[in-house]
Design a protein around this ligand. Structure first.
Ligand SMILES: [Zn+2]
Ligand SMILES: [Zn+2]
Length: 313
């Protein structure tokens, strides 16, 4: 076996091994020594793992993201530890009002058995999560108002672990939090939720900046090879806004004809340039990312020192 073949085979094994490892972490039994610590820090461990991979298996079109490092760190921390909590605090009472007011209970279904056998509930949860996130993400590209918020995620010029969660909190919550609150209110079997929800977390690997191969997984999961095309600066021919909208699974894109992953000589091709499709440069200011889509950034500019007038020619 040549060294190139070995590297390719190794690349193919890395993603499945990491998916299994990080899925297993979420299922550690309560009371286990690690089960206290890991579920709270597994996202940080995952980011660190991907950064290590990026160091060792460099990607041929890699572009340094050092200039936007502070923005990346702030946005990641906000979306990891603030966005979810605030969204639940604001949205849960409003959504809970419906079953409580009309049905007199906290869930839409009183008993999980009403939702069918366990295996069907497990599959339903996965399909609902991936279908909802596919369409929310697609609409975030197609509706101007939503694109105002989502476009900052597309200003990055390369995909790396630290910009996976660079996103306006409203954009992030719509795609990554709301559906889980709704699912929690339906009344699924808690064990089906516990087993199914962490599967959706495979999405965390889509921004891995290392040159790792997806192989056949590219047709099931949103691998880095698949997600780079979603961030392509030039929209692939035949598509209007973007391609590969899936957040964790890619089969909805295949079904709704938004999938794009060209091959040449048996190898998956990658876009030569990643960035905003309208040509806008990356935005290093987190404050601007946060306030501009809300129309609140411009008033702050009043406090800036006026620029010197150019003398008339
Ligand atoms: Zn997008
Ligand atoms: Zn992305």
């Amino acid at each position: 076996m040549s060294s190139k073949t070995m590297a390719y085979a190794g690349g193919l094994l890395i993603l499945p091994a990491l998916y299994v490892f990080f899925y297993a972490i979420r299922l550690l039994p309560a009371g286990h020594e690690l089960s206290e610590w890991l579920p709270r820090w597994d996202r940080v461990l995952l980011v660190v793992t991907i950064i290590v991979l990026e160091r060792f298996i460099s990607y041929r079109y890699a572009i340094s993201q050092r200039a936007v490092l502070t923005r990346d760190l702030i946005s990641t921390a906000v979306n990891f530890w603030v966005t979810g909590a605030v969204t639940i605090f604001l949205l849960l009472p409003a959504l809970q009002f419906f079953p409580e007011h009309f049905l007199g209970r906290g869930r839409f279904f009183a008993a999980p058995e009403q939702l069918g056998p366990f295996w069907l509930q497990f599959l339903t949860i996965l399909l609902v999560i991936s279908f909802a996130r596919y369409w929310i993400h697609r609409l975030q590209h197609e509706i101007d108002f939503l694109w105002e918020f989502h476009s900052y995620h597309h200003r990055t010029t390369d995909l790396i672990a630290l910009n996976a969660d660079v996103s306006h909190p409203i954009d992030y919550a719509l795609r990554n939090v709301v559906i889980f609150i709704v699912l929690g209110l339906i009344g699924f079997d808690p064990l089906a939720m516990l087993l199914a929800v962490p599967v959706a977390r495979v999405s965390n690997f889509s921004h891995c900046g290392a040159d790792i191969k997806g192989g056949y997984l590219n047709y099931v999961i949103v691998t880095p090879e698949v997600h780079r095309w979603h961030h392509a600066a030039e929209i692939p021919e035949g598509h209007r806004y973007a391609v590969n909208y899936g957040v964790e699974f890619i089969f909805w894109d295949i079904l709704f004809r938004t999938f794009h992953l060209p091959q040449e000589n048996g190898e998956f091709l990658q876009p030569a340039r990643i960035g905003h499709t309208g040509g806008l440069p990356d935005e290093p200011s987190y404050l601007k990312l946060l306030l501009k889509p809300l129309g609140l950034y411009r008033p702050l500019a009043r406090f800036k020192r006026p620029e010197k007038q150019q003398p008339a020619e």
